[in-house]
Ligand binder design. Structure first.
Ligand code: URP
Ligand code: ZN
Ligand code: ZN
Length: 484
């Protein structure tokens, strides 16, 4: 067989194991994996390197207006370039419905934005207005196009669907084999805290962490899971930031729930003390759920190592430290009026590799699972996330020994800061490929605008997750009532 490219002499790492070998690429796909392969129009020497599936970033806000109308600093060009420099071959940002907007219109809008991407992309829908038409007509059309996941919110007045709205979405999603992602924080607890804090004149950035208590996440995660169990629907808890939340996920997974979850590097690397930096610097660290105490960090790492989380995602939500982003409502705005979110799409995998693999908290195989393979399974990316013949040649070749200091300019995004500034991280994705084409090599961008492709996705993989059948839906146990 002739190959376009042979990656030679590296250590190939998959979610299941590692071995020394060669990888042959033909027409954008992995054509062969063997001890040695001859030929190849191009031969890449991967001696001393780890050859892994390119990252799949499953949580990023790109060219997206927040519910209050603030546009992210990154569009699909800058966001995808930054992702590529961070070792990602594809990503699944959000396509967000504004209230009153049709889902068809949302998808049309994001299709026009997505065409600039240098890596392959898909979307999770954010649903804020689940009208009858959305539920019965527009969502099925989105599923048919391969948009098989979406996010709902239990917080933010403009996004919160209420429990009934969530049940409607969960049921429709289940019917189509889609997965519902949820931002779980108790809205009323947060609003009540906001009122208390404002009443006492406490509006500096550091109070953001106080206003969104750990209990608000714990309560909402538990509620979201019970709602999903009632209709036996798959559920993905995004950006888990608390030990109590992780503990509920672990327990419910053990019982067989159709449950998936992620945490993010910011909850491992940063703490609420970062919100208390000089002047308004703390605004850089405002995200929701908020940063927690230092004690939470190692507990979350323990959950990562023990399999509570499918993925570690960035939740890249880039708002610049100026009047276009964080300070759209003024330079001294109270914390509830400062844009929520921080960048991290380029730092996610270098951070996870350095603090996880290099420090011995997780194995290289777990790194592959957490960065790529599990996201592919959960979100139905059937041709991505694995190194095997027939799969897309989405590959990242890592030098596991080089140490770099994180600086904002090296993130290659459209931001003016990185919350990870100054951290020393070991391990660098030297070469990143998307469908066999090198997009980043040794610190240089090789991709052209628009070479990424939209990919449709399959239903969530629920093997090994029996779920929960509420007895009230079982005619044998509910006096014969047929409820669905
Ligand atoms: O603060 C954050 N994470 N902003 C982005 C939106 C979200 O909730 O993920
Ligand atoms: Zn969220
Ligand atoms: Zn997010």
């Amino acid at each position: 067989m002739t190959f376009d490219t042979v990656i030679h002499g590296g250590t190939i790492v998959t979610a299941d194991g590692q071995f020394k070998g060669d990888l042959g690429i033909k027409d954008g796909r992995i054509a062969a994996v063997a001890e040695t392969l001859d030929g190849g129009e191009e031969r890449i020497d991967a001696g001393g390197r780890l050859v892994m599936p390119g990252g799949i970033e499953a949580h990023a806000h790109i060219a997206q207006e927040s519910s209050s109308g603030v546009m992210t600093a990154d569009d699909y060009l800058s966001g995808s370039i930054s992702a590529a420099f961070g070792g990602n071959s594809s990503f699944i940002p959000f396509a967000a419905q504004q209230r009153g907007q049709s889902v068809d219109d949302v998808i049309k809008t994001y299709d026009a934005r997505g065409v600039r991407s240098v890596i392959d992309y898909s979307y999770h829908l954010i649903i804020s207005d689940p009208t009858e038409k959305v539920l019965t007509d527009e969502l099925p059309r989105a599923f048919a196009r391969g948009i098989t996941s979406f996010k709902v919110f239990m917080t933010y007045d403009l996004m919160n669907l209420g429990d009934g709205g969530m049940l409607d979405i969960l049921e429709v999603a289940r019917h189509h084999g889609a997965i519902t992602m949820v931002h779980a924080e108790n809205n009323d607890m947060v609003k009540w805290m906001n009122k208390r804090l404002a009443g006492n004149g406490l509006t500096a950035p550091k109070y953001h962490a106080i206003s969104r208590p750990q209990l608000a996440e714990e309560e909402a995660i538990n509620r979201a899971i019970q709602l999903a169990k009632l209709v036996d629907a798959p559920l993905f808890i995004v950006h888990v930031s608390t030990e109590a939340g992780a503990e509920i996920v672990r327990r419910e997974k053990f019982k067989g729930a159709k449950l998936f979850a992620e945490t993010c590097p910011q909850y491992l690397a940063l703490t609420r003390d970062d919100l208390d930096r000089e002047g308004m610097e703390g605004a850089k660290y405002i995200c929701s759920p908020p940063l927690r105490g230092a004690d939470t960090q190692e507990l979350l790492w323990h959950h990562i190592a023990q399999g509570t989380f499918e993925s570690v995602s960035s939740d890249h939500a880039p708002y610049r430290f100026d009047e276009t982003g964080k300070f759209l409502n003024g330079a001294n705005a109270p914390y509830p009026k400062i844009s929520n979110g921080m960048p991290g799409i380029a730092a996610r995998l270098p951070y996870l590799f350095s603090e996880g693999v290099v420090k011995g908290r997780i194995t290289p195989e777990q790194f592959v699972a957490l960065s790529s393979t599990n996201a592919a399974k959960t979100f139905g990316c059937t041709t991505k996330g694995r190194i095997a013949p027939g799969m897309d040649a989405d590959i990242a070749i890592w030098n596991p020994e080089v140490t770099r200091t994180v600086v904002a300019a090296d993130q290659h995004d459209n931001m003016d800061y990185t919350p990870f500034e100054g951290m020393e991280l070991t391990g660098v994705p030297e070469v990143v490929m998307n469908r066999g084409r090198t997009i980043v090599a040794h610190g240089a961008l090789k991709a052209e605008e628009g070479q990424g492709r939209f990919f449709g996705r399959a239903p969530v993989d629920l093997r090994g997750k029996p779920g929960y059948q509420a007895p009230e839906f079982d005619p044998a146990q509910n006096f014969g009532t047929v409820l669905r």
